[in-house]
Design a protein around this ligand. Structure first.
Ligand code: FO1
Length: 315
């Protein structure tokens, strides 16, 4: 079994490659829920939906989130009625949030809802929220603490990011199956997601980091940073906010003690030796995922790196 720690778009694209290489049923994706937020009274789980829609083949390919060819009639009417509509929820996407909220109110857990939805959409990969308990990623800015979606989407990351916190994480329990999957994993992969607000959140759930460190499986991370910049999203200001350099060095230091090997892009090949000296094994390959063939190649290279990795993490 391969366990993948996943954020949103980067992780979803990586998983699209992985399902070309190993049977989907042998993959467990543990997904960040710190980005979850209530909009119009509905529970929205962006990263879970991004992963599920992508693997179901219905994601909007240009945005990487939402559903392809979706319409926004509901949002227009909500705006007419005076609602805040800065978070763009399409009509079909809203069905997911309506049904999720209905089931949560009926007593289902987020794990149960997530599993039911991925089955309904014929996704073979087991998709698990990191926790069924609420965790909210917040960014410290000069205007105060902002929920991650307010920081990123409502205010378009225009505020200086000064710090990051995961509200509720100390009390959050790993969702059922999460620690068990990590213990049983043959390979653990950290997807090319934001190391601070996607993977950092998952690692902060009590028990998760320890389960990874204690696992006998190789742990491999794919850098979301190429040549000093993220492929997508606000990783740069958020890495700086927690004192990390925006480079593969910053990614390696964020994951030090947790991973054995870091997969970096050819563009960063000159830093490979530096990283090895600092105590992490390195595999260099082309990590930009444009089409299906490149996604597949990255998945293969990542599994190869895991197979040949020396154990570098600490107990
Ligand atoms: N990202 C945006 O930049 N603007 C949006 O309006 C937006 C809406 C949205 C709706 C559903 C969903 O599942 C994701 C959505 N995202 C949107 C993406 C999301 O904010 C982030 O990319 C993730 O939370 C980070 O992985």
């Amino acid at each position: 079994m391969i366990v993948v720690l996943a954020g949103g778009v980067g992780a979803a694209r990586f998983l699209e490659g992985l399902v070309q290489v190993v049977p989907p049923e042998t993959i467990v994706a543990i997904v960040n829920t710190g980005d979850d937020m209530v909009f119009h009274g509905l529970h929205v789980s962006p990263d879970i939906d991004i992963v599920t829609y992508t693997l179901a083949g219905i994601v909007d390919p240009a945005q990487g989130w939402g559903i392809r060819d979706d319409t926004t009639h509901t949002l227009s009417m909500l705006a007419t009625l005076g609602a805040e509509t800065w978070f763009k929820l399409g009509d079909r996407d809203l069905a997911t949030h309506i049904r999720r909220t209905e089931l949560l109110r009926a007593g289902w857990t987020l794990s149960q809802v997530t599993d039911a939805f991925r089955r309904a959409l014929n996704v073979g990969v087991r998709v698990m929220p990191m926790s069924d308990d609420p965790v909210a990623t917040e960014i410290a800015t000069p205007v105060g603490w902002l929920h991650f979606q307010q920081y990123l989407v409502q205010r378009r990351a225009r505020d200086e990011a000064l710090g990051v916190r995961f509200v509720g994480v100390e009390r959050a329990r790993a969702a059922p199956g999460v620690l068990e999957a990590l213990r049983a994993a043959e390979t653990i992969v950290i997807a090319p997601s934001n190391p601070v607000v996607s993977i950092g959140t998952i690692l902060a759930v009590p028990g998760v980091r320890d389960a990874i460190v204690a696992s006998s499986a190789p742990v491999v991370a794919v850098s979301p940073i190429i040549a000093g910049a993220p492929v997508k999203g606000p990783a740069a200001p958020l890495m700086r906010a927690v004192g990390l350099e925006v480079s593969v060095r910053g990614v390696a230091s964020c994951y030090r003690g947790v991973i054995d090997v870091l997969v970096i892009d050819q563009a960063d090949a000159d830093l490979a030796n530096d990283l090895r000296v600092s105590g992490v094994d390195v595999a260099v390959t082309d990590t930009v995922m444009r089409g299906p063939a490149e996604k597949r190649r990255l998945a293969e290279a990542t599994l190869d790196a895991a197979r040949t990795a020396r154990r570098c993490r600490s107990y």
